[in-house]
Design a protein around this ligand. Structure first.
Ligand code: AMP
Ligand code: ZN
Length: 112
């Protein structure tokens, strides 16, 4: 499958790993929008939030258990934002489900 994030999980494209377990991989965004900008992705390919269903949603619950651990590792004690862009109006550019963790400064109320 021609998916950038599947290639990152496979190690075919380099990334800066922040966290990994059997279900998820987290790495630094190549174009950070905040002092801390980490992407958390399921190892199993899901296109976007629209691809979450009863069969695969357990990994999403797991991602949301992992996110606070990553936030603590990144010293985001003052807070952070979790964003998932779904589809063209949201500006999704990589069609492998991912959750942005943004923090390390006081974030603007705009989503971008
Ligand atoms: P989205 O626009 O929500 O689909 O987010 C895709 C994100 O992937 C963007 O923030 C990009 O900067 C990021 N990105 C694209 N290619 C890479 C890469 N090779 N390594 C790390 N992050 C990437
Ligand atoms: Zn993929």
């Amino acid at each position: 499958m021609d998916c950038l994030f599947c290639k990152i999980i496979a190690g075919d494209i380099p990334s800066t790993k922040v966290y990994e377990d059997e279900l998820v991989y987290a790495f630094r965004d190549i174009n950070p929008q905040a002092p801390t900008h980490v992407l958390v992705i399921p190892k199993a390919h899901i296109d976007s939030v629209n691809g979450i269903n009863a069969e695969n949603s357990a990994v999403v619950a797991h991602i949301f258990e992992v996110i606070p651990k990553i936030a603590a590792m990144e010293n985001l004690m003052d807070g952070y934002r979790v964003v998932s862009n779904c589809g063209p109006d949201a500006g999704q550019t990589v069609f492998h489900l991912h959750f942005h963790i943004l923090g390390g400064k006081e974030l603007s109320l705009e989503m971008a």
